[in-house]
Design a protein around this ligand. Structure first.
Ligand SMILES: Cc1cc2nc3c(=O)[nH]c(=O)nc-3n(C[C@H](O)[C@H](O)[C@H](O)COP(=O)(O)OP(=O)(O)OC[C@H]3O[C@@H](n4cnc5c(N)ncnc54)[C@H](O)[C@@H]3O)c2cc1C
Length: 457
């Protein structure tokens, strides 16, 4: 280490996962020489794309294909990586962290990026062999091994992770049953219409769905043998995957006396209640919200890096994110963003083309887009998310946007140039909209025809 480097402040990162390493990457872009960086990771691996664990399970990718930062990235950037060594204590007085192996590292700035822990239902048998969650490489290993040796799997939880696990195990040849508490799959991301389409498609792939069912116990004495439901029904299974939700991993922060509610409380600068300690990712609670998806974490990473890079604060501020979800089951196109539930103050624009299994629902409040559900055609997902984020009045765009950006984009420029009033359009505006509609080359004529015939409800 040269003389210059020795004088640098020390940044310690706890959590070698997606949010932590993205923040480091953003920091290196801004000020590569600002800190001496040490990263502690509880997992054995270097930082990998957790999202793609579903693709690994489905046999579509190998583990080494999902690595984001190989060892040499840490080396090339002078980062000390301490893998497979969980941090167990933070001493805020002496500004040190201690790991499970007894390693002590001093910090000037500490970044907590400890992610989430899978929730476990309070039922007997969750500790049996053959029971796992779906969070990391070790879980995927367990599932792949079980698929080689056994035939039947039960997945508890019909949310995004549960369904991706079910799909992967089915593709590996297992007979799979999904046990889901609610009547509707992915009820936090999809409305009932989209969920019904999804269920049908999964059932056609041979996945058995038990919606509205509650597990009472995992059967077996050493290994899992199945699941008993509260109605007494017993489902045989040699592998039980639990995917019923996550909770922010805050134990370490709590022990250190940081302010915590559901997650580590941070301000718009991603600083915790201790100004020397920042936090990003799923472990964070910002303005009362926690996030379990990647896009918000990327936004946090940028703002946090701005503040870590600055000598004396930065004007950038994190203002919260619009959550967006895409199911990664090959051949099934499902997307949702924002708040799609709606209430008395919202209106829906719905497009339904049953024969092509396409369903789209846009939820609007006060002439602004607040939620989107797309099934069967999510090409315009990015555009809708942009409209959600912008929160601008839709004006002329309102009537056309369900057909997608290609079709409605010229109207978008009108909406931007002259924000529409909340009241119905004037004769002049109406005329302009018709002109726009006539001018349009109609790249998706099938949709347009469907719209006039049966699309709206
Ligand atoms: C199978 C799967 C599929 C997913 N698919 C999607 C998707 O399609 N779209 C999407 O937006 N999101 C998806 N997600 C969610 C996304 O992966 C997470 O939002 C993201 O990984 C969270 O990043 P993080 O850095 O906060 O947490 P993590 O990536 O979990 O990183 C936290 C790291 O900190 C480590 N750690 C915890 N405590 C300590 C400690 N005390 N000391 C040292 N290390 C510690 C953990 O071991 C972990 O490695 C998926 C998640 C899974 C599991």
């Amino acid at each position: 280490m040269d003389r210059h480097a020795a004088a640098r402040p020390r940044l310690v990162v706890v959590g070698n996962g997606m949010a932590g390493m993205r923040t480091v990457e953003e920091l290196l872009k801004r000020r590569p020489d600002r800190y001496d960086i040490t990263v502690f990771g509880a997992e054995k691996q270097v930082n990998y794309d957790r999202i793609l664990l579903s693709a690994v399970l489905a046999g579509e990718k190998e583990l080494d294909e999902i690595v984001i930062h190989p060892r040499r990235w840490y080396d090339e950037n002078g980062i000390t990586l301490v893998a497979d060594d969980r941090v167990v204590d933070i001493d805020r007085q002496s500004r040190t962290v201690t790991s499970a192996s007894g390693r002590v590292a001093g910090y000037d700035r500490l970044l907590l990026a400890t992610g989430s822990q899978p929730l476990l239902p309070e039922i007997a048998g969750t500790g049996l062999a053959g029971v796992c969650t779906f969070r990391d490489v070790a879980d995927v290993d367990t599932m792949i091994r079980a698929a080689r040796e056994h035939r039947r799997a039960i997945v508890i939880g019909g949310g995004l992770l549960g369904l991706e696990a079910a799909n992967g195990l089915r593709k590996r040849g297992m007979a799979v049953t999904v046990v889901h508490l609610m009547d509707s799959l992915m009820e936090r991301q999809l409305d009932k219409a989209a969920a019904a389409l999804l269920r049908r498609e999964l059932e056609q792939r041979g996945i058995d769905i038990r919606a509205g069912s509650e597990p009472a116990a995992i059967l077996g004495s050493e290994r899992a043998l199945g699941v008993r439901l509260t109605d007494g029904c017993e489902l045989p299974g040699d592998l039980v995957v639990i995917a019923v939700g996550i909770r922010p991993n805050v134990d370490l922060a709590r022990l250190a006396g940081l302010e915590i509610d559901r997650g580590i409380a941070v301000g718009d600068d991603l600083r915790s209640s201790d100004p020397a300690i920042f936090a990003v990712g799923e472990c964070v609670e910002h303005r009362g919200k926690t996030y379990g998806l990647i896009a918000p974490l990327w936004e946090m990473a940028k703002i946090c890096a701005d503040h870590l890079a600055a000598e004396a604060g930065s004007p950038s501020a994190y203002a919260g994110s619009v959550p967006a979800t895409r199911l990664k089951v090959t051949g099934i196109d499902v997307f949702s963003a924002g708040d799609f539930r709606g209430d008395a103050s919202t209106e829906d624009i719905v497009f339904r083309d049953a024969s092509r299994r396409i369903y789209k629902r846009l939820v609007l409040r006060d002439d602004r887009l607040t939620g989107v559900v797309l099934y069967g055609d999510s090409r315009d997902a990015g555009w809708y998310v942009q409209l959600l984020r912008d929160g601008a009045r839709l004006g002329e765009l309102r009537d056309l946007m369900i057909f997608g950006q290609d079709y409605a984009a010229p109207a978008a420029s009108i909406a931007v140039a002259a924000p529409a009033p909340l009241s119905p359009p004037t004769g002049e505006a109406r005329g302009r909209r018709l002109a726009v509609a006539r001018r349009r080359p109609g790249p998706r004529p099938a949709r347009k025809r469907a719209s006039r015939a049966n699309a709206f409800s």
